[in-house]
Write a new protein. Structure first.
Length: 756
């Protein structure tokens, strides 16, 4: 039996195939990319290196992809462990390529299709038994690097051990949450997701809603993507919808509710013909007009300026469904359809919830939403409106689809019994720990949890996981508590992002009432506590994911080690809001670049590199890229699967416990006044070229003072505290300036930097 995947191959270098190959490379796995066109794979790799968002996590990853073509290089497949077919959704062409693969592959080589619509039984029709044994469907979601869902479909002849090998590799190395789907049309996520999107479009047209009104109702209230229905179709691509719809319509039984939602839409057809295929084309339901963003009128087909539309204010979903006929018609039918898909598309409700959370970015799966609404209420309202009531809703009568029993989360089965939800081996989740324990420490902005084996976990709970006085104080209490019977500290949470940095809203409020002393106190407190963490007598491990910006980056820099999720976007972005890093970000980055082996000796090179990174508010595009920028060290770990991050961080912390000693204080060699002048002159040149604004020059001037060491001579060796003092002084001067306050206010109101 094959134990793991050492080398992979992808057949088809279109958008999906090339991006799947890139994800294998991101995992450090050599991959062969073959296309029918002679230079198709080579051109696809070159294109991906320029694509945003980037399919590759680093330029190094691209070197692991070997391009080739089907005619000349197919014989190479004999040395590969997994072959993924990702060609056009055409059955005869797929079967033709399978015969060619089967002629050259080793027995036991996994072969899978990335199809999103064609059942496995049809794909393997007429193929040898030996091929059927090694074949499965692995449906990646687009873009493969960023979408965490992988639907795995096996047939009655598929070797279970081989399917397990592929699933485990996809989990650990590719970072995918593998959901087992039945061999039914559209599998899970697309079958339900397309029904939801199609129903959303039809109901908006029937009820005379604008696309903005429909998206406002369908987004935030239900915890669905902010794009809503029409924005999401633009993102996916309008031209894909007719193909998926046609495939589902041709393969689903006539009694299936999908056929009700599969109405011909002349407007959609005309938009596609005119090149309005969504964001990848000239636009879609939304587009960029000459005077700003525009939306299409669903009646006339003409574009007009986007109109702001408010989402329902209430958070009670039942109220939203009662007050908005659009919400009811779309979500009522979608949730009922979800309940009808067990066991046709999936064996249980949890698979459907997981597929929609990870494949369509729903915050809650459909059955979790039904629990919030009430299964009985939903069934009664469906019956009142003469809509079909799925049998599963009747099974849930008087109860819920999920419950917590004896500290474990359980789900309702088709037989009316509850079954324990189990995590994959090696997965540790803070949400599970909370079911059976109480926080050791807690306030409105943070909590401290015991995660076992002498390791404590510090969790940010504030809005956007931003830093404020409360969580800084609780972090200090945590630092004091660890040595009293514990061994290590992990800094982690399960929000959407690790931390957006310091609480800018509080900073702006304090500045507006001239509470300068409170601002200075917050800066001093942050510096002291982060420094206390750095020199603590126990190891600390930060486990960032998503955005780790400003103060969120600085806590990472001060931790003993880091275990980062692969999708970590880390950076010191303070200059973008008219400030400089003031919780040790400058001092830590100066130390890292000074000791970096690639950096020339002398006072100027390291300071120049940090000035370039911080003044431009550079943010890493991945954890791998963060290593290149030195936000992460070479010894820091990277976890591909988000669900495994806490377990990996805990393991890293425990590995550091024995004979742990805190780092030695660092002394710096900095360029002083000559360096400061050089930095400010460089910014002046950028301003003359139109690459920097007048206020950029002011902010960069303060940063230049910090990074050059202030009034030091080239023979001086300033301490870490000297740099922290310069950071604090520069921050205090900038926060009093109108230009900085304007930048902070703009960021808070628009989410975008002000170029003043």
């Amino acid at each position: 039996m094959m134990e793991t995947i050492r080398k992979a191959a992808v057949i088809g270098a279109g958008t999906m195939g090339a991006a799947i190959a890139a994800q294998f490379a991101n995992a450090g796995v050599p991959v062969l990319l073959l296309d029918i066109v002679k230079d198709g794979a080579k051109n696809a790799i070159a294109k991906m290196l320029k694509t945003e968002p980037a399919p590759f996590m680093s330029k190094y990853a691209a070197k692991l992809v070997t391009p080739g073509n089907i005619e000349d290089d197919l014989s190479q497949l004999s040395s590969y462990d997994w072959v993924v077919e990702a060609i056009i959704e055409q059955l005869d062409l797929k079967q033709e390529i399978y015969r060619k693969i089967d002629a050259v592959r080793r027995p036991g080589t996994a072969v899978s299709s990335n199809t999103s619509t064609i059942p496995l039984a049809k794909l393997t029709e007429g193929m040898p038994e030996s091929f059927k044994r090694d074949f499965m469907i692995t449906h990646f979601f687009n873009p493969p690097r960023y979408m965490r869902l992988l639907e795995l479909v096996t047939g009655p002849k598929t070797d279970p051990s081989l399917a397990s090998t592929v699933a485990n590799f996809s989990d650990l190395m590719l970072g995918k949450s593998v959901v087992n789907a039945k061999d039914s049309p559209g599998f899970i996520a697309n079958r339900l997701g397309v029904f939801w999107l199609q129903t959303g479009v039809i109901e908006a047209m029937d009820q005379g809603l604008t696309v903005e009104e429909a998206d406002a109702i369908m987004g935030r209230p239900f915890g669905l993507p902010r794009t809503g229905v029409f924005g999401l179709i633009d993102l996916v691509g309008l031209d894909l919808m007719p193909h998926i719809n046609a495939s589902l319509a041709g393969s689903l039984p006539q009694a299936d509710a999908f056929h009700i939602a599969n109405r011909d839409l002349p407007l959609l057809k005309k938009m596609i013909e005119d090149g309005y295929t969504g964001r990848k084309g000239k636009g879609g339901f939304y587009r960029k007009g000459s005077k700003g963003r525009e939306a299409i009128d669903l009646v006339t087909g003409n574009y007009r300026p986007v109109q702001k539309s408010k989402a329902p204010e209430t958070r009670d979903l039942r109220t939203v469904l009662l007050e908005s006929d659009y919400a009811w018609r779309v979500m009522g039918q979608t949730l009922a359809y979800a309940a009808s898909l067990v066991p046709d598309a999936a064996e249980d409700i949890h698979a459907i919830d997981e597929a929609m959370r990870l494949g369509y970015n729903w915050k809650s799966g459909p059955f979790e939403l039904i629990d919030k609404i009430g299964a009985d209420w939903l069934a009664e309202k469906l019956a009142m409106e003469n809509l079909p009531v799925p049998a599963l809703l009747a099974t849930a009568k008087g109860t819920s689809f999920y419950r917590t029993e004896n500290g474990s989360r359980e789900y309702l089965g088709r037989d009316g019994a509850y079954y324990k939800l189990t995590r994959a081996q090696g997965v540790l989740m803070l949400e599970d720990i909370k079911l059976t324990s109480k926080a050791l420490l807690k306030n409105s902005s943070a909590a401290l949890w015991d995660i076992g084996d002498g390791v404590l976990c510090f969790e940010l709970t504030s809005k956007s996981n931003s830093w404020d006085q409360n969580n800084l104080e609780l972090l200090e209490r945590a630092i004091d508590l660890v040595p009293r019977g514990h061994q290590a500290l992990v800094i982690y949470n399960e929000g959407s992002h690790f931390s957006a940095g310091a609480n800018l809203g509080l900073a702006l409020f304090a500045a507006n009432i001239a509470a300068w002393g409170e601002i200075d106190k917050l800066v001093a407190t942050g510096q002291r506590i982060f420094k206390k963490l750095k020199y603590a007598p126990f190891p600390s491990v930060a486990a960032p994911f998503g955005m780790a910006l400003g103060g969120g980056c600085e806590i990472v820099l001060h931790s003993s080690a880091v275990q980062a999720h692969a999708e970590t976007y880390i950076g010191l972005v303070e200059c973008g809001v008219g400030l400089v890093p003031a919780w040790g970000g400058c001092s830590e980055m100066l130390a890292r670049w000074t000791t970096n082996k690639s950096m020339p000796h002398g006072p100027m090179p390291a300071a120049s590199k940090v000035f370039e990174t911080v003044s431009t508010a550079t943010v890493s595009k991945s954890a791998a890229n963060a290593k290149e920028l030195l936000f992460l060290r070479e010894t820091d770990g990277i976890t591909m699967n988000r669900y495994r991050l806490l377990a990996d961080a805990k393991a890293k912390a425990l590995s550091l416990v024995e004979n742990y000693t805190p780092p030695e204080p660092f002394t710096y060699q900095l360029p002083g006044e000559d360096g400061r002048v050089a930095f400010t002159m460089a910014v002046k040149d950028f301003r003359k070229k139109g690459l920097a604004t007048p206020y950029d020059e002011i902010v960069a001037g303060e940063l230049a003072t910090v990074l050059s060491g202030g009034q030091v001579d080239i023979i001086d060796r300033p301490s870490e505290q000297d740099i922290l003092t310069l950071e604090r002084a520069a921050f205090t001067r900038l926060i009093r300036k109108d230009g900085t306050l304007a930048r902070i206010e703009t960021m808070l109101t628009t989410g975008k930097p002000l170029r003043n």
